[in-house]
Each structure stands twice: as structure tokens, then as C-alpha cells.
Design a protein around this ligand. Structure first.
Ligand code: ZN
Length: 125
């Protein structure tokens, strides 16, 4: 059975996600806006407690502290595989440029023969 793949891991819930909020260019990921708000508030509790959620979200967005996005696993150089117990295991999907046709292709480094200096895609190999 194929394992479920996720593009990113939610920093609050630990669950997989394919769209959501990316904070500090990938330091944190949140699928739910409520978790994003909680993270924003946790950064400076005293100063922020009087401010509305909307204000915090607007201000942080303008400072480019976060943005909302969707990820395509195909375009990502890593992803997560969900195990039977629900935990996520990170899989690095290395991309190499074919020395012949110059297209990018995925392969684990172990697929290459150590004596083979050239990286060739399946079509050119
Ligand atoms: Zn090629």
C-alpha cells in the first residue's frame, strides 16, 4: 500500500499538510489560522494581548512574517511520508540535472554507481 505523502509538517499539530501558512520562510508551518494566531501572540505576550487577531495577522503579514501557500510535492525537494501510527518521516527527494538532456530528474544518490561520474536520467541512461 502506498503511504500518504504530505508536503509539509504542521508545527502545532505535527500533522501533514499540503497548504497553509509558512512562517519566517519555513521555520514554522501552520495549517490552521488559530495556530498561526497563537504563534503570533506567543512572540510577545504583553504587548499583543490587547490587540485583535485581525490586527496581529495584518501587521505580521505586512512584515512578511508569514504567507499562505499551497505546495506541490512534485516540485518540492522534500516531503513527508505518513506511517501507520500517524508519525511523519521526512523523505529528501534529490533532484539532479541530466548531463545529456539537461532535464531535472529525481533519484536517491545511492542509485548512482560510485564509478559513474556522469548523472544521466532514465531516458538517457
Ligand atoms: Zn537525460
Amino acid at each position: 500500500m502506498d503511504k500518504i505523502k504530505w508536503a509539509r509538517k504542521d508545527s502545532a499539530t505535527g500533522k501533514g499538510m499540503n497548504k497553509g501558512f509558512c512562517c519566517f520562510d519555513g521555520e514554522y508551518y501552520f495549517e490552521n489560522e488559530s495556530d498561526l494566531i497563537q504563534w503570533l501572540r506567543s512572540r510577545n505576550v504583553d504587548e499583543y494581548k490587547e490587540l485583535s487577531d485581525e490586527f496581529l495577522l495584518d501587521e505580521a503579514y505586512e512584515c512578511e512574517d508569514y504567507y499562505f501557500t499551497e505546495w506541490d510535492i512534485q516540485d518540492s525537494d522534500y516531503y513527508y511520508e505518513e506511517q501507520e501510527d500517524g508519525t511523519l518521516v521526512e523523505v529528501v527527494d534529490n533532484k539532479y540535472m541530466c548531463n545529456s538532456c539537461h532535464n531535472l530528474f529525481s533519484a536517491s544518490k545511492m542509485d548512482f554507481d560510485s564509478d559513474n561520474e556522469s548523472d544521466l536520467c532514465e531516458n538517457c541512461n
